[in-house]
Design a protein around this ligand. Structure first.
Ligand code: GLN
Length: 480
């Protein structure tokens, strides 16, 4: 059931939030032994929240999220609930406060059924870098769900929650959404407050919804978007009602297809499915220009893997065994305690990023790597500004392939990094993008990415909505 379907039943009292929440919890106990999407199940809290939601609804509350069970990626702080980032170093960390997005969901009378698995500190594309366990793709349990918000995407696809929140630094909402056949939106940088989101790369991180369709995506964005005094990078732009733009009127909308995103080595079925989906949009009235070029796209991967690790190395310096989480106790000196805490607390991928980042920032290399990457970042951003003078949105595949096998890329960091070639440039430019289901190959979902200008989430949701009104891909569910 989608949020809007459930809301209708709640409002007309054909269903209570307690019943709905119990159904989700039951589904969790049925499929979780195979999917492994949840780090923590907050069943008691969820039932208390559901009871309260039912009282609110009885009192006339009409918020569309009231009483709807959702799931939170485990890098968003939840007061009194363990927030692990799927890392040993935070395995027992219980935050004393809520992230802004959590406060906002609570204000809507939302229900939280649990915390979702992820790659450790959101570094990865498969959840295989979780220090706790790997999540399995509900469409084929031998394959990855994508990452880093793999737990969030798999849980929504498997019906364990009606929607989920994820975070996206280089593709972590869109890529798992594509791999699991759900809808995932990375909003414009600054659209949603990052307060209480455990920082990975602060100039790239953004929270967003993973849902079953565009309407639900609009409903969740309505609830979480907006300026926050506690996040100085959140934008003071007005927030529209994102459901108002949901219509099938695509006439005259200008779509560009950037050729650089149909990369060499891309799976043929993926390119075919996306081209067919674009033709569908054309049939719905959009004006499509089939060969647009963004030549700096080829530098995005290199830029990302300098900037993201640099910021990560600074952000992760706070885990010293004193302030948070795991602390190595048997050391003889303060330095040894610090060293061993980080040695045992962080996994291999996190250490790799810290090393890359400290190297790129060190004296002598700073100008050659970090500063150069920032300059190219500006070029990439300008290139987007320029094409958006001619187009309302760009359409690309979300990933070059369908979900890969568990174990296939985990020992080859570069191969893993390449699975995000189509999503990284968007975070570098700070623009919004949505991934929606657009076909299947061998029973595995294919995601289509729609990219927009800053603060044009309405345009993206409208295109997604129109496409979903005309197709059935997003309605398919894995059999499990
Ligand atoms: N897969 C990319 C990385 O490993 C992006 C992750 C993300 O968006 N958090 O950094």
């Amino acid at each position: 059931m989608t949020i809007h379907e459930a809301h209708r039943l709640l409002k007309t009292k054909q269903l209570s939030s307690v019943e709905l929440t119990k159904a989700c919890l039951e589904r969790i106990s049925q499929v979780e032994p195979r999917v492994h999407a949840l780090v923590t199940i907050t069943d008691e809290l969820a039932l208390r929240q559901a009871q309260k939601a039912d009282e609110l609804i009885a009192g006339g509350d009409t918020n569309p999220l009231t009483g709807i069970p959702g799931l939170i990626k485990d890098n968003m702080c939840t007061k009194g609930i363990r927030t692990t980032c799927s890392s040993k170093i935070l395995e027992n960390f219980v935050p004393p406060y809520d992230a802004t997005v959590i406060e906002k969901l609570k204000d809507c009378g939302g229900v939280v059924v649990g915390k979702a698995n992820m790659d450790e500190f959101a570094m990865g594309s498969s959840t295989e870098h979780s220090a706790l366990f790997t999540t399995h793709n509900p469409w084929d349990l031998s394959r990855v769900p994508g990452g880093s918000s793999g737990g969030s995407a798999a849980a929504v696809a498997a019906g364990e929650a009606i929607y989920a929140l994820g975070s996206d630094t280089g593709g972590s909402i869109r890529q798992p959404a594509g791999f699991c056949g759900v809808t995932g939106l990375k909003p414009t940088y600054g659209r949603v407050s990052r307060y209480g989101l455990v920082a990975f790369a602060s100039s790239l991180d953004q929270i967003g919804p993973l849902t079953q369709d565009a309407t639900d995506c609009a409903l969740v964005l309505n609830a979480i978007a907006g300026y926050d005094v506690r996040d100085s990078t959140s934008a003071p732009e007005p927030i529209p009602d994102y459901t108002q733009c949901l219509n099938t009127e695509l006439n005259g909308l200008r779509l560009g297809i950037p050729k650089e995103y149909f990369v060499e080595g891309m799976q043929a079925e993926v390119a075919q499915a996306i081209k067919a989906a674009i033709s569908k949009l054309e049939g719905l009235g959009a004006r499509v220009e089939w060969e647009v070029s963004l030549p700096h796209t080829r530098y995005a991967l290199a830029v990302y893997y300098l900037i993201a690790p640099s910021e990560a190395s600074a952000n992760l310096a706070r885990y010293d065994g004193v302030k948070y989480g795991f602390s190595y106790k048997e050391a003889d000196s303060m330095w040894e305690a610090l060293e061993k805490t980080r040695q045992y607390g962080f996994g291999a991928e996190v250490k790799r990023r810290i090393m890359l980042g400290t190297y790129a920032l060190s004296a002598g290399y700073y100008d050659a790597y970090y500063v150069k990457a920032q300059k190219v970042r500006t070029l990439i951003r300008r290139e987007f500004d320029e094409v958006f003078e001619k187009f309302d949105a760009l359409v690309t595949p979300t990933s070059p392939t369908v979900p890969f096998k568990i174990g296939e890329k985990v020992d080859d960091p570069v191969q893993m990094y390449l699975s995000d070639v189509c999503t990284l440039p968007i975070n570098i430019a700070g623009v919004p993008a949505i991934s929606i289901p657009a076909g299947f190959a061998d029973g595995l979902p294919i995601g289509m990415q729609i990219i927009g200008k800053p603060f044009s989430e309405e345009t993206l949701l409208k295109i997604a909505y129109a496409y979903q009104q005309a197709t059935e891909w997003h309605k398919r569910k894995p059999e499990l």
